[in-house]
Design a protein around this ligand. Structure first.
Ligand code: FES
Ligand SMILES: [Fe+2]
Length: 440
């Protein structure tokens, strides 16, 4: 439960809000590189942290993110001509380069130097791992990009997806750090006999009420959730929250899974989910799960065609307007716990159904919500510490702290869960000794 004041603080991300100011200290995934497929390709409307921006790729291949309204008299630069290394407003021809410089002002006399006095708001962009990152903060020298493993792999080894969700960003993030919903929302109809014995899947549905331990980390927070495993061992799930909006979920085998999920606020009531994973770990999990009842998440399935609207990118075909295609017969027969097809759509349905900005003043949190509680506290404290004392938020100036992984493992009952997994949680380490089939 949060006070009304804290709920406002942690959910609002527009310019000048404490959380918006905090997020602007970090690089933010703005769009997929494939949305700007080639030099001088069509500009794209991008809503990001409550700001309307126009993304474009100039003739030299550089990506830019510029204010929507032309600095002259406010026509939208979306309609601009993307030509000769700049975006030219179609109203009076003013032209801007990717860094916001006004490079041409053809409706002013040739002797005028007015163009040197005009600048458009333009945010620095960097491209890596198929993602276009934007820095919307105040530093003249932005910090380094975070060392997120799947974003640093060669392009042909990365699997990317983007899906829009119509609710506040924190509802998306909180779903990712809440292990216990897996045994209900996604696997509620799966019985132990449906799974292969001695796999994570078996123990997940064998005991649906795990215990949790949570620790603060340099990059955010981490939990270990445990329940009985084979031969007197325990089955542990380890997951990460990384500032300001990343999660690493514990679905695969710790040491093999390379996956980051970003819940990027478009505005207070819409987010863009970006999934960045390694091809190797996705192939492992899909081979293991072929022909099984446990359907893995397939982000990117069943999307409507993108439109050019502010909210037209990466929308699911199953959505609130069609009740996420719920099949009540399947739900009744318990063929499927929800009757809603697709793991991502199931998450989308429950989190959007909480409302555009969930009112956390009246919720009833249990022991399974301990990670959710911790992450909210970390976010609120970091936003306050930055606003009140100028304390640099976690990870901004230490990109290397993002070099971590998540996943599951069987550990002896008396093991120290943190010490026992130090090596396995390190990014960029290969573990040929581990068997991906363990996940089940
Ligand atoms: S409004 Fe853009 S050039 Fe006049
Ligand atoms: Fe989920």
């Amino acid at each position: 439960m949060l006070s009304k004041e804290d709920n406002e603080l942690v959910t609002r991300v527009g310019p000048g809000t404490p959380m918006g100011i905090l997020m602007r200290e970090y690089w933010v995934p703005a769009l997929l590189a494939s949305e700007l497929p080639s030099p001088d390709s069509d500009p794209v409307r991008v809503m990001l942290l409550g700001e309307k921006l126009i993304a474009f790729r100039d003739s030299n291949g550089n990506a830019g993110l510029i204010q929507n309204h032309c600095p002259h008299r406010g026509a939208s630069l979306f309609f601009g001509r993307n030509e000769e290394a700049g975006l030219r407003c179609v109203y009076h021809g003013w032209k801007f380069s990717v860094d916001g410089t006004c490079v041409d002002m053809p409706n002013e006399p040739a002797e005028s130097d007015f163009k040197h006095k005009v600048r458009a708001v333009a945010y620095p962009c960097k491209e890596r791992g198929g993602v276009i990152w934007a820095y919307m903060g105040p530093r003249t020298e932005p910090p380094a990009l975070p060392d997120l493993e799947p974003n640093m792999l060669p392009d042909d080894q990365v699997v990317l997806a983007a899906i829009q969700r119509e609710c506040n960003w924190l509802q998306g993030l909180e779903g990712d750090i809440d292990t216990s919903h897996l045994g209900f929302l996604h696997l509620g109809a799966v019985q132990p006999g449906d799974t292969r014995a001695d796999t994570f899947a078996y123990y997940t549905v064998n005991d649906r009420a795990p215990h949790y331990q949570v620790v603060d980390t340099e990059y955010g927070a981490m939990y270990g959730a445990y329940r009985p495993g084979p031969d007197g061992q325990q089955y542990w799930r380890f997951a990460q929250f990384l500032f300001p909006f990343y999660a690493m979920i514990p679905t695969g085998v710790l040491g093999l899974q390379v996956l980051v999920r970003a819940w990027v606020p478009m505005d207070d009531e819409h987010m863009m989910f970006f999934s960045m994973g390694s091809r190797a770990s996705q192939v492992q999990s899909s081979n293991v799960n072929a022909n099984r009842r446990m359907v893995r998440q397939r982000p990117g399935e069943m999307l409507l065609p993108n439109t050019t609207d502010w909210y037209g990118r990466f929308r699911l075909e199953a959505n609130a307007a069609n009740d996420y295609r719920i099949d009540r017969d399947k739900q009744r027969r318990k063929e499927d716990y929800t009757g809603i097809p697709g793991i991502h759509t199931q998450d989308q349905a429950v989190t959007e159904s909480m409302g555009p900005i969930y009112d956390r003043t009246s919720e009833r949190l249990g022991t399974s919500d301990v990670m959710v509680i911790r992450v909210r506290r970390r976010l609120i404290e970091a936003a306050r510490a930055f606003a009140d004392r100028g304390l640099t938020p976690p990870g901004v100036d230490s990109p290397e702290v993002y070099r971590v992984r998540s996943g599951g493992a069987f550990l002896p009952k008396d093991a120290n869960w943190i010490e026992a997994t130090t090596e396995l949680r390190k990014a960029f380490v290969s573990h040929p000794e581990l068997d991906p089939a363990l996940a089940g």
